[in-house]
Design a protein around this ligand. Structure first.
Ligand code: ZN
Length: 454
């Protein structure tokens, strides 16, 4: 697209807005990008694109993977621009591009890494046309925003441009089926010794063969529809991966690619984070970075502390764990991690969506897709449900088989720590993306409690 008068007008106004915000000490806002798109609707298509644009999308893990990739590029001294401090929708991408260009629109950095919201990819993908697009997975998310996973697959199939090279999760049939005609590589985790097949989850969105409709046979099903499947009728099967994590150690994984094997550090052994690390490795390799360099740099790239944080007080653990309100899959993963965490633990649940909570929460259907059953495990000594929907969470926990004497609930989120049993051996605090402030305040209260109790 040509740069026209309305493009330059939008660029200059938004650059002035950015300067103004900087003077006021505010960074990483969507405002300049929003302003540019308001003044020139196809601004993203008109602004000159960096030489190489990388997109990272998918339901869960895209922020973690984008952060990991960026941390590795930083450690390797590769210069790039990104939307890390802004948002992952079109206005956030526009803001990042505006910050990266001069007054003529010419990009300053040749490489751009963008986290891209899958739901609104119709507003970004056709314009920025990434050279490489990584999709972590496709799952159920907030019904209100994302409807059903097939709806998201349809949006991506319609709006990811033809020719874009895809890096896809071979163990997710929804993700691996995207844009059949585009060039692609897959990543996968090989079946591990002793790994049990048979998912315990309520939600399983891929049951039938996408080609002929026959019920799929699962060689391994890790959680929800993540695993390896084959169709007994037509021969359809999960695709073969170019990047396979063949063995998983405590803090490293051996990845096979092109007949070679290399070790890469793992920040976290939870499978969702192994998939995130593996996705980051595949993307960085596709970008042309040598494996030794990636492995060296990944050691320092920890899971962002806004997603998982362990602290200690009075010899006991207090753990912040992101659970994403209205996202049954992210919550189920968190619940399973809690069950599998060694020893006894208590849990504080802040599950109300922050924006919904402000205007009352309307939809509680997702509670019945999330696997609260993991919390009925005997090692979970107490569960405190706090927030506007505390009665609904209480009911759901009862239905999951949690004995009532292990449950406490309160509408007052700030009082959650006061309700907590002070003898708890460890405490998980589950929170939504936008309630990290609340979670941190309650974490500090719990730590104070633990320090006093010794
Ligand atoms: Zn079939």
């Amino acid at each position: 697209m040509r740069r026209n008068l309305s493009f330059f007008f939008a660029l200059w106004v938004s650059k002035l807005a950015m300067l103004g915000l900087r003077v006021l000490g505010r960074k990483g806002t969507n405002l300049p990008g929003g302003c540019a798109i308001f003044l020139c609707r196809d601004f993203l298509g008109r602004i000159p694109r960096p030489e190489r644009v990388i997109g990272i999308t998918g339901t869960n893990g895209k922020t973690t993977v984008a952060n990991m990739v960026e941390d590795v590029l930083d450690a390797c001294g590769v210069d790039y621009c990104c939307n890390r401090s802004g948002s992952n929708v079109d206005t956030g991408v526009a803001s990042a591009l505006i910050a990266n260009c001069g007054w003529t629109g010419r990009p300053k950095k040749a490489l751009a890494i963008f986290e891209l919201d899958e739901r609104s990819s119709n507003l970004s993908m056709p314009y920025i046309k990434p050279d490489l697009l990584l999709c972590t997975n496709i799952f159920r998310d907030s019904y209100k925003r994302n409807a059903h996973p097939e709806y998201i697959v349809d949006i991506l199939n319609r709006f990811v441009p033809a020719g874009v090279k895809l890096i896809l999760n071979a163990d997710d049939l929804m993700c691996s089926s995207l844009k059949q005609d585009n060039p692609r590589v897959y990543f996968s985790i090989a079946a591990q010794p002793g790994e049990e097949s048979g998912s315990e989850n309520i939600v399983q969105d891929v049951r039938a063969c996408p080609r002929c409709g026959e019920t799929l046979d699962w060689e391994i099903r890790r959680y929800h529809h993540i695993g390896r499947a084959a169709c007994p009728a037509c021969g359809f099967a999960s695709p073969q991966a170019a990047y396979t994590a063949v063995t998983l150690g405590e803090d490293e994984m051996l990845v096979e690619n092109g007949g070679e094997s290399h070790l890469f550090p793992l920040a976290d052994r939870h499978l969702i984070n192994v998939y995130n690390s593996l996705a980051a490795v595949a993307l960085l390799r596709e970008l042309g970075l040598p494996p030794e360099k990636i492995a060296g740099a990944m050691g320092g790239a920890a899971i962002s502390a806004t997603r998982y944080l362990e602290e200690e007080a009075g010899g006991r653990k207090v753990i912040l764990h992101l659970a994403k309100g209205q996202n049954p899959v992210a919550c189920s993963r968190a619940f399973q991690n809690i069950r599998d965490y060694p020893g006894e633990k208590a849990v504080i649940l802040f599950l109300d969506d922050y924006f919904d909570a402000a205007h009352s929460v309307e939809n509680t259907a997702w509670y019945y897709d999330a696997d609260f059953e993991f919390l009925a495990d005997g090692s979970v000594t107490q569960i405190v449900a706090a927030g506007a929907r505390h009665w609904d969470v209480y009911l759901r926990l009862l239905m999951a088989g949690v004995p009532p004497e292990r449950l406490a609930h309160t509408p007052a989120t700030e009082e959650a720590a006061a309700v907590l049993d002070p003898s708890a051996q460890a405490v998980f605090i589950l929170y939504d993306v936008y309630t990290i402030g609340l979670a941190n305040r309650v974490k500090d209260q719990v730590k104070e409690l633990f320090s006093k109790e010794g």
